[in-house]
Design a protein around this ligand. Structure first.
Ligand SMILES: Cc1cc2nc3c(=O)[nH]c(=O)nc-3n(C[C@H](O)[C@H](O)[C@H](O)COP(=O)(O)OP(=O)(O)OC[C@H]3O[C@@H](n4cnc5c(N)ncnc54)[C@H](O)[C@@H]3O)c2cc1C
Length: 371
């Protein structure tokens, strides 16, 4: 049945773009609307670690999506590269956590979940990462953790969609509300007129809660500002990702080093600040003292789609037939994107879902409007 149907996707970050790509072979037509250029918000601004920062601190719901995605990422990247010539650069470096307070919990989680995380001798860490700063006393390591060059990931997703005959990507087209007939959602309102479809999918990241409010629905998805800084070093400067005291360093393949990040509740303000610059730079130098002599080549901020416990909302909105959600991925939208978008497509297309969809169901979390 969905083969004969049209889908409208609101928001072209990693989640909206990959949702569109997964649905495209199975529906008649997809229109993806973004109020700016696609892939320029959180999905551009993020660090791209293909793992939650502290995976053992998350619920089983986040873990299930993360594990499915981590296994799938290399395949996604090579498929996108083959289709578009743009390489999302999945860079598998492993990750060292230094001086964790909850090391025992981390190790117990790894044993339970069968993840390759283990305590390592500090001398082995300094052998592997000679540029690491002094003064650490403990480390755990997870082999196989990658980072994805997310600005290239979204560029590649966009190019893949533009090549499809049944997908229209409309940039600089802001959605201001929804078209309804009774409870049925039939489309969206934009400055350029109404756009109608059989299914409307909200993938508007940090803005999703605000858009739902126009329907009288309350979804606890709120912007959480994150700032990052960037250095450029020799390609082999940092062979692994490292993380201490909530701050991390991510090496790209070409020697760019990202240092992140802040967590700020500042509404929709994305202005980078001097306070964050000083704090991130101090963390960078503590982790990797050689960066004291390097220039910060860029600073930016993005807005994470914050949600309670970071559990995204994936599925149909029962009170409003025709309306679907795939949003609220908070700190993990890049790692969770493949599984979230596959699960979403399974639900919309009526296929057997890759994992149990219940934990992500919007059913119990939306407060009903007066219809
Ligand atoms: C500093 C920082 C570091 C991060 N690090 C990582 C990490 O290492 N690993 C990880 O997995 N995740 C990380 N994240 C989180 C990750 O970036 C997000 O969870 C993810 O990008 C969310 O994707 P999205 O598509 O839902 O949202 P977005 O990428 O924000 O996309 C939403 C889109 O909706 C559009 N939109 C909004 N309102 C409207 C409207 N009214 N009409 C039309 N379009 C609209 C926007 O223009 C935007 O393009 C980080 C985030 C930040 C900020």
């Amino acid at each position: 049945m969905p083969m004969q149907q049209d889908v409208l996707i609101v928001g072209g970050g990693a989640i909206g773009l990959l949702t569109a790509l997964n649905l495209a072979p199975h529906v008649r037509h997809i229109t993806l609307l973004d109020r700016g250029a696609v892939g320029q918000e959180s999905s551009w601004a993020g660090g791209g670690i293909v793992s939650p920062l502290y995976p053992w601190r998350y619920s089983a719901a986040v873990t299930a999506l993360a594990h499915w995605s981590q296994d799938f990422y290399p395949h996604l990247a090579s498929e996108l590269f083959a289709r578009t010539g743009i390489d999302p650069e999945v860079h598998t470096t492993g990750l060292y956590w230094l001086d964790l307070d909850d090391e025992a919990e981390a190790l117990a989680w790894a044993e339970r979940e069968r993840r390759p995380l283990s305590a390592v001798d500090l001398s082995a860490v300094y052998d592997a990462v000679p540029v690491l700063g002094p003064g650490y006393s403990r480390a755990v390591h997870m082999a196989g953790v990658a980072n994805v060059r997310n600005p290239r990931l979204v560029k590649s997703l966009r190019a893949a969609l533009l090549a499809l005959p049944n997908v229209s990507v409309r940039e600089h087209c802001e959605v201001t509300g929804f078209v309804r007939s009774g409870a049925q959602v039939q489309g969206v309102r934009t400055g350029a007129g109404d756009v109608l479809a059989d299914h409307v999918v909200l993938t508007a990241g940090a803005w999703s809660g605000d858009l739902l409010r126009t329907l009288g629905l309350q979804l606890p998805v709120e912007p959480v500002k994150g700032q990052m800084i960037l250095f450029k070093c020799e390609a082999d400067f940092l062979p692994s990702m490292v993380l201490a005291k909530g701050r991390y360093a991510i090496p790209r393949r070409d020697g760019h080093i990202l240092i992140g990040s802040t967590l700020e509740h500042a509404g929709f303000d994305k202005t980078p600040t001097d306070v964050a610059l000083a704090s991130l730079r101090a963390s960078a130098i503590e982790l990797l003292p050689a960066l004291a002599d390097a220039a910060v080549v860029r600073q930016w901020a993005g807005l994470r789609p914050g949600s309670p416990e970071g559990i995204p909302y994936i599925g149909a909105v029962p009170q409003l037939p025709g309306l679907w959600l795939n949003c609220g991925h908070y700190r993990n939208g890049l790692v969770l994107a493949p599984a979230s978008c596959q699960l979403f497509a399974d639900l919309l297309l009526g296929r057997t879902p890759i994992i149990d969809p219940q934990p992500y169901s919007p059913t119990n979390t939306l407060y009903p409007p007066q219809l």
